[in-house]
Structure formats: C-alpha cells, structure tokens
Design a protein. Sequence first.
Lengths: 115, 115
Amino acid sequence: MVNNQNQHLDEVFHALADPTRRGMLSQLAGRERTVSDLAGPYDISLAAASKHIKVLERAGLLHRNVKGRQHICRLNPKSLSKAYEWLRFYERFWNEKLDALEALLNEEDKKTKKK
Amino acid sequence: MVNNQNQHLDEVFHALADPTRRGMLSQLAGRERTVSDLAGPYDISLAAASKHIKVLERAGLLHRNVKGRQHICRLNPKSLSKAYEWLRFYERFWNEKLDALEALLNEEDKKTKKK
DNA sequence: ATTATATTCAACCAAATGGTTAACAATCAG
DNA sequence: CTGATTGTTAACCATTTGGTTGAATATAAT
C-alpha cells in the first residue's frame, strides 16, 4: 500500500521531470489533443512522442480515448494530487521556517531597539 | 531564462522522483542531519548516499554546512516553490474540472427531478 | 604519531532513459 | 482496392542513473 503510493509518486515525479512531457501537459490544459498534436511543437519523431505519452499515461496524468485512428488524449490532473500533497507539506514547512525567521528577526529588532 | 527555469524544474522533479531522496528530505523536515544520519535508514553505501545528497543539493533542495569532518545538511524548501507553483496550476485546473462536473451533475439532477 | 570516523572521489557495472529508424496495424478517403 | 494518415512496436544506440568497491582526504580522538 505505502509502496504503491511511493511507486506512484516515483512515476508522477519522473514524468514531470522532462520538459517535453511538461509541455505536453501544458498543451492539454483545457482541451483534448491527439498524439500528433502533442508531438507537433517538438523536433522529435512520432515514436518518441508516443513513448512520452505512454510515460504520462502510466503515471496516470493523461487519459487516452482511441477514436478511429486517432488517440485523443486528455489531462487527468486528479493524479497530480498525491504529488501536490507531498510538495505542499514541504512548502508549508518552508513557510513556517520563514515565519520563525521573521519572528527571530523581530526579536533581534526589539533587542536592538531596547539598547 | 525560461530555459534555466525549465532546467531547475527538471532537476527538482528528478530529485523528487526517487524514494530514497524523498525519504531523506522527510528526515530533514524540522532538523539538520549529517550525511551518515541521512544514509542510516537505507541499505546503501555511504558513497551512494553521498550521490543522492548531491542530487538534492544541485536541485537546491538541500544546503550543506561542512563542520569539521561532518557535513550538516538542512532542507531548503524555498527551492520547492517553482515545482509547487507548477503543480498548483494543474491542481487548480483539476478543481475547476470537478466544479464543472459537479455543476453538470446538478443540472442532470434538476432535469431528473423535473420529470 | 597513530588510529578511528566522516565523507568524497574514481572506476566500474547493470539497468533505465530518450532518441532514432524501419516495419507493422488500423482506419479513412478516393 | 489502393493509398494516405495516425499510431504503435521492435531493434538499436548513446547517455544517465543508481548502485558497488577501493582508495583518498580531512578531521577527531587516544
């Protein structure tokens, strides 16, 4: 169970670690796109694009609907939530740290003013 | 500029795509830890841990303070913000989608009730 | 001065990654 | 039926990754 979640996080973060794949996701925000559409902006073969899309699909970031000879892809942002939650924890931690730093600086400031 | 940002996102997401490295970050939430500390829970050599830490460091997720023979590591969650922002965009998109779905279902429900 | 501790570095290895080209499969259009 | 279009699959290749072991470096302790 925990392993499956970790596995999923691995896949999602790995999928996001490539600029081509992130670009494809950007293209998908809002509308559906075919494999050719997604490959379009990049100087890579259709085969390469196909692989990228498969990575996104296995990570659950993208759903595919085969319609005739076209594969219609759409974003499945739901699968991002685990990664988002994970990051949010550290983001929160960062904010807390900043708050602590601010508090510390205020303390210092008070002392300085007392002098 | 954009390329540098992309490069940074690549590094951050790649760093996060490994369970050992995510575990190390978890260990670092709150307190500082030495390289040995970070390696401790895992069945890997110190050399391997050293490499993981370097990946986290290059991604800007971790800062190192060499104190004598120990390397004291601390989390630098600030560097997560770019990745967090990126994910938040899609998370928001997801929520919008869910809202749209909910609205649609409500519509359907109204129709059903009208019958 | 010697020894133990903490860590990195270099060389190596197997597996995964991102790309290619060429062949195949399926669907659509004339 | 014949092509043209849309994608996937297979085989291959160079590079990166995550791991190892062994040697090197630097500091601390005795």
